[in-house]
Design a protein around this ligand. Sequence first.
Ligand SMILES: Nc1nc2c(ncn2[C@@H]2O[C@H](COP(=O)(O)OP(=O)(O)OP(=O)(O)O)[C@@H](O)[C@H]2O)c(=O)[nH]1
Ligand SMILES: [Mg+2]
Length: 276
Amino acid sequence: MPKYKGDLQDWLDTEECSQGLRPSKRSQKVASQGSFCLSQEEANAWVVEVFPNQCRVILDPSLTDPLSRELLCTYKRGQLVGRMKKEYRERTPVTVGDRIRVRSIDPLTGVVEGVCVRKNQVSRSVPGNTSSRLVHVLAANLDRLVIVASVRDPEFSLGLVDRFLVAAEFEKIPALLCINKSDLSLGLKNPEWNLYRDLGYEVFEVSAHFSLGLEELVQKILNQTVLFCGQSGVGKTSLLRKLLGSEVGRVGAVNPQTGKGRHTTTGAVLLGGPHE
Ligand SMILES: Nc1nc2c(ncn2[C@@H]2O[C@H](COP(=O)(O)OP(=O)(O)OP(=O)(O)O)[C@@H](O)[C@H]2O)c(=O)[nH]1
Ligand SMILES: [Mg+2]
């Protein structure tokens, strides 16, 4: 299935969407039906992954079907209109972590009928899109942001950590710092990240490779919906593999010339099942 490309030819940059602030009559009708502001009680599923025009969802267990089921659902672009803001427009009407109402079509597929109001969201501007403020909402309804950085390979960067902290503070999402690759920090005295401890943030020094410090981190995020974010190559996927004990995602070696990651993971996905 095609993934986001993030350029001007991106799959949602149609004529209708690019006129974001002047939605069509049909779209206005969809919006006025209120399908973007469902109450939590009206929802019956979680979005776990988003594709062009489709998303993978997990249905809540019901009395008739006590096992939660996974469906591939279509969503309408018109549904985007409901959350359109003056300052920006969102690339998709649903994102990972959204609570939605779904109508099943058959045991494997369905249609998204509505989306709940989000308690928070983390977004970034779509790269290469300069003509309008198009944002990519990475995830919604988060209990915590785990900002991952590494001791080196790639080098620790205050600026990058700050950017994620600003996003967390803006959305009032509790954040913590996870400094990975602690196996490479031997002999390092008073590292830069101590600054964040002084500011009151919790900092966990861990090593995915050597399973160091992971237990403390697990205790902190247990039963929460958490977004792991951070620069490419810091070891987010490696950490998730260790924490979830499964073969999730692909781990990619850092470029030995530049010391930077290779953007191995390209999309967000809700792992380990939803938490209410
Ligand atoms: N020394 C050391 N290397 C690690 C550790 N954790 C991960 N790595 C290495 O760091 C590199 C990048 O790991 P990934 O898990 O792919 O990093 P990522 O943050 O998911 O990267 P992107 O998907 O590109 O954003 C790989 O070569 C890993 O083997 C660690 O604890 N210590
Ligand atoms: Mg990755």
